[in-house]
Design a protein around this ligand. Sequence first.
Ligand SMILES: Cc1cc2nc3c(=O)[nH]c(=O)nc-3n(C[C@H](O)[C@H](O)[C@H](O)COP(=O)(O)O)c2cc1C
Length: 446
Amino acid sequence: MANMSIAQPSLRDHLKALEDQELLFRITKPVNPKYEAAALIKQAAKLKKAILFEKILASDHQAVANVVGSREMISIGLGLSSTDLLPELSNRIRSEFKTRLVKTGPVQEEVSDDPDLSKIPILSYFERDAAPYITAGTVVAKDPDSGFRNASFNRMMLKSSGKLGIRMMPPQHLGIIQSKSESKERQLDVAVVLGNHPAEMLASASTLPFGVDHLDYAGRLRGERLETVKCKTVDLEVPANAELVIEGEIEARVREEEGPFGEFMDYYVEKGSNHVLKVKSITHRSDYIFQALLCGSPEDLSILALSREMAVYTALKSGDFDVTDVSLMPFIFNAAFSMKKRFDGEPKNALLAAFGAYSWLKYCVAVDDDVNVQDLADVWWALATRSDPDRGLVHISEAMGFPRKDKLEIHRGKLGVDATVPMARREEFQRKKIPESEKVVLENYL
Ligand SMILES: Cc1cc2nc3c(=O)[nH]c(=O)nc-3n(C[C@H](O)[C@H](O)[C@H](O)COP(=O)(O)O)c2cc1C
């Protein structure tokens, strides 16, 4: 791969690491940005591999997707082991790293004063999508009161060569920040970053307490200070090693039609009246790689899952529960966590803490630490052989869930299941084992 950075690890270094581990498909045939690329991304995601399109029709630039399509791929990006990811990450985020401002960075190799979005190979994904959409862009904005920097994923519809439709609604923090600016009749400066390293992707998918700076947090996830550069036309900083940045502003009190769009729940969000981003400048690497993301794919769900698994894991640990792992896959409204319980009622307390830590959570299962929560079959096995539907349930009605207005009545109840073995009967529930089976490897017999 050309021009690999030797400075702070970038998306390119991550792609190289994936390729070295045979976790990247390289497509040399020309691919149509309308639907064809999306169909290929879907298949690559199923095979748990990233996909790099060397030739997108009518574009001079490459495109890439599914770069964090599994827990393993995220671990590779962060240089951590996938088995101990949660404890290792929660150690990392205890650091105090702030970003480090540098004078120049690859993301500003070229600055275009006459920005034209139509030159970027933005993909069209689903049949009813209103237009091509930017889906892997992380939107950086500053809170007008405290100045902390928020970064979040927001879908963006291509409206014209200088304009994007963008969806940002409170309680999402970008929506809160924008409404604060709007109440003072001010536009909000934003920078949309594409071609992010996995740490910045994970930081942008995380819902942190309001006021925690997402770029500082990305550095903590990396285990070193994140290097940033000043934007050219807005008062913001962005990761110096990214691929491309769209600088612009969200005008106060301007809304236009946006959508429909095929989003993460596998449905379409219908046309709505949403915000508008006016582009001021585009900066990029000379040979930038456009970053795409298939909404609802394992990539989308894996980063959302890991950021929220961290929230649940940290809350359970600080509640003094001996939690060993958490999984929100394959879909982020449902979770399973494993724990070493010390009292029979404890898993129910832990279930309540998990619901408190992550409001979108709907169904949650507590299992013993001999169950692998990363393996859905193992969780179903524990439910089938260890839970008691008469006594093991925690049902909370009318609680807040996923906060989209048109689906509120579906996402409000919560159900927790204690699928742990009664303390007094542990002997009887020991899992069976073939002696020394780890020493017997099938490959050696073929
Ligand atoms: C690929 C992707 C696209 C997303 N698109 C949107 C969106 O269009 N609007 C939105 O409000 N949230 C969207 N989200 C969710 C937010 O980015 C996410 O909830 C983030 O945690 C927001 O955190 P914050 O409220 O702290 O800013 C998206 C997430 C991902 C991973």
